[in-house]
Ligand binder design. Structure first.
Ligand code: 9D3
Length: 262
């Protein structure tokens, strides 16, 4: 896959390309990346990329002409690429969105600065608008890095067999179980016995249960949206019965209860 990022701060990406899975994906030829400087597509002496908004108001707007030329150039280099504007108004990035972007032939990310880009660029040249969440950033660059990171690790061949198997495994849609490594005892805390047992079936069951409880406590919204298999339903029913027993016991202790105290 080819990815171009259009930005007025291209050097922000220099370090991003150089680390971890992203670096390896580039080195192994799974993705070709480049940051294109929008300023290089200006035609005035001072390389101006912004201008005052029509209608007044504070802040500046990104001028359409340099952006249009930059997009045009990127589209020639990346045939069949999807042009994505990083924008607070866009669809919110999710793992599903990332998977959709990973299926594209190529991607052209446009990073806005100032108050935004001229609406005519969006209408004529942008295929998709993408946000990374409901908080205010100073520009699209960091958001584009987030999106690229999520996309690149989904490209075929980028993750090793074991890693992508783990990614696609049953536990998808649940939070991860907790992890432990050596030493066996750290600051008076020991490693759960089952993880030392060598019983791989028991370990897998324990991890699955831990994933479930972690998700129930921290992100119940994920459980509501997920199809639960037989085992998961059984575990949740067991916990539900425990909670019901505790609450029935509490009912017996109400101040006005005949069987309770007070
Ligand atoms: C809050 C009112 N305006 C700022 C004074 C609007 C605004 C304009 C431009 C807010 C943020 C930005 C810059 N942000 C992005 O370009 C951006 C972004 C974000 O801010 N949050 C989440 N995802 C994204 S993607 C691009």
């Amino acid at each position: 896959m080819q990815i171009a990022v259009l930005t007025i701060f291209p050097t922000m990406f220099d370090l991003f390309w150089e680390y971890g899975i992203v670096r390896r994906a580039i080195a192994d030829g799974h993705v070709q990346t480049e940051a294109m400087d929008i300023r290089a597509f200006t035609d005035d002496r001072h390389h101006v990329t912004d201008d005052r908004p029509y209608g007044g108001g504070c802040g500046m707007v990104m001028k359409p002409e340099p952006l249009a030329r930059a997009i045009e150039t990127a589209r020639q280099r990346i045939e069949g690429g999807l042009t994505v504007l990083m924008s607070p108004q866009g669809d919110k990035l999710s793992q599903q969105t990332a998977a959709g972007l990973a299926r594209q032939r190529g991607l052209i990310f446009i990073c806005g600065r100032y108050e935004g880009v001229d609406a005519r660029i969006v209408r004529r040249h942008v295929d998709y608008e993408l946000s990374i969440g409901d908080y205010v950033l100073s520009g699209g660059e960091v958001a584009a890095m987030v999106a690229m990171d999520a996309v690149i690790r989904l490209l075929p061949g980028v993750l090793g067999g074991a890693e992508s198997a783990a990614r696609d495994s049953f536990s998808d849609g649940l939070l991860e179980h907790e992890h432990y490594t050596r030493p066996r005892e750290f600051e008076d805390q020991t490693v759960p016995e089952v993880l030392l047992s060598g019983n791989h079936e028991a370990i897998a069951r324990w991890r699955h249960r831990m994933s479930l409880i972690e998700t129930l406590l921290r992100r119940p919204d994920l459980l509501e949206r997920r199809r639960l298999d037989e085992r998961e339903q059984r575990i949740l029913r067991q916990w539900s019965q425990i909670l019901e027993r505790i609450l029935r016991h509490q009912a017996a202790h109400r101040p006005d209860s005949l069987s309770g105290r007070q």
